[in-house]
Design a protein around this ligand. Structure first.
Ligand SMILES: [Zn+2]
Length: 383
């Protein structure tokens, strides 16, 4: 395939506005590229109206299977005046292609797809199988990957490559922090602030709860050598009606970034214990809910997949990649729930500009990424 065509595919992907939805249009565009090749097995897995995951499998039936993972959604463009041009009408300046999703991660997704299309085009005999797992809703909870995992699409994997951006493909990431977003609500009773004894102050109760949480979390003091310590931040707090009323309702949200030393259930257990203890007291009525928690993913820096990736990387970039950890969660947190254990890595061609205005990808890195994914698949499947 000509470079111009590879770039055109990426531009077409960016033009489809798949902001937290509308992934069906992206899935259909990608499926249309694969339909030229009868050897490609194309499956669309509907999540909800307008939202399709896409799974494409190529290669024979024997041998190992390598997963190629990318998400079809992008985050909102934000303030349009912060962009030099229309974020959904990609443009190229100084060897960089700009547009929403260029880095996170229509660039990586396009590179995986083009890598597969070229193998089909050149009728390369694969020593195993490659499976594209293109998901909906990664940015808002990884529920596309969760659905694909539940349906068994990751059960045959021997390895998984996540093409999320890793600083222009300078880093190979083998371990990733998990995440717990939570909301605690506090229900009480309003009263005139001159007669607070008739009310139940929900903000006071919430603050008592928060101080208990902080005390309890102090024991999670281990530090991962790559990912560092856990972090916990209260990110929103709301409550109260007016300055001279006892607040009858309050809520707060918080975000915990976890490390492999602590599975998410240890945090859930602490929350449960604290809320139970407080709710046993007469004036407390607290409840907690979680928004798509993700486990930390512990990989191995010396896995076959990482070693192969490093060797292939050397042949393309003439220097070694940095093998390290990732601070944000991604679809791998869901795929690792598959029946069989497999090694995974994250490496992708986007820049630091994910979720920002004037998001871009370097075109030379994009084109090299295609080559890298192809060679990695061939080498990994051969072993
Ligand atoms: Zn992403």
């Amino acid at each position: 395939m000509e470079d111009q065509q590879k770039i055109a595919i990426l531009k077409n992907l960016i033009r489809i506005r798949s902001v937290n939805g509308n992934e069906a249009a992206v899935a259909e565009y990608l499926a249309s590229l694969f339909r030229k090749y009868p050897a490609a097995k194309i499956e669309k897995i509907n999540y909800s109206p307008g939202r399709d995951n896409l799974v494409v499998t190529i290669g024979g039936t024997a041998g190992k299977m390598l997963g190629f993972s990318g998400h079809l959604d992008v985050v909102a463009a934000g303030r349009l005046t912060d962009w030099q041009h229309d974020p959904f009408d990609p443009w190229i300046t100084d060897g960089k292609l700009f547009g929403r999703g260029a880095a996170d991660m229509k660039g990586g997704l396009a590179a995986l797809v083009v890598a597969m299309l070229e193998l089909l085009e050149n009728q390369v005999e694969l020593p195993g199988q490659i499976r594209l797992l293109a998901s909906v809703g990664e940015e808002t909870g990884e529920y596309g990957a969760a659905q694909l995992t539940d349906k068994g699409y990751a059960d045959q994997l021997d390895g998984l490559v996540i093409a999320e951006p890793s600083v222009n493909m300078e880093d190979i990431i083998y371990t990733t922090r998990g995440v717990i977003d939570y909301r605690i609500t506090s229900i009480g009773k309003t009263a005139h602030s001159a007669r607070p004894q008739f009310g139940i102050n929900t903000i006071d109760n919430l603050l008592i709860c928060l101080s208990e949480i902080r005390k309890a979390f102090a024991k999670f003091d281990q530090t991962d050598p790559i990912l560092g310590p856990i972090t916990h931040n209260v990110t929103q707090i709301k409550g109260g009606e007016q300055v001279n009323s006892i607040p009858s309702y309050a809520e707060m949200t918080g975000n915990i970034r976890t490390i492999p030393q602590y599975p998410n259930r240890v945090f859930f257990a602490e929350f449960e214990r604290i809320l139970k203890q407080l709710n046993a007291q007469e004036k407390f009525k607290l409840a907690i809910s979680y928004m798509y928690p993700q486990e930390a993913v512990l990989g191995r820096a010396d896995s076959e997949l990482i070693k192969t990736a490093q060797t292939v990387y050397q042949t393309i970039w003439q220097h070694p990649a940095k093998i390290t950890g990732g601070l944000g969660s991604n679809d791998s947190a869901e795929f690792i729930r598959a029946k069989k254990k497999f090694d995974y890595l994250k490496i992708g061609p986007g820049s630091y500009t994910s979720h920002q205005s004037n998001e871009y990808i370097k075109l030379d890195v994009y084109l090299k990424a295609i080559k890298f994914y192809q060679r990695l698949a061939m080498e990994f499947l051969k072993q």
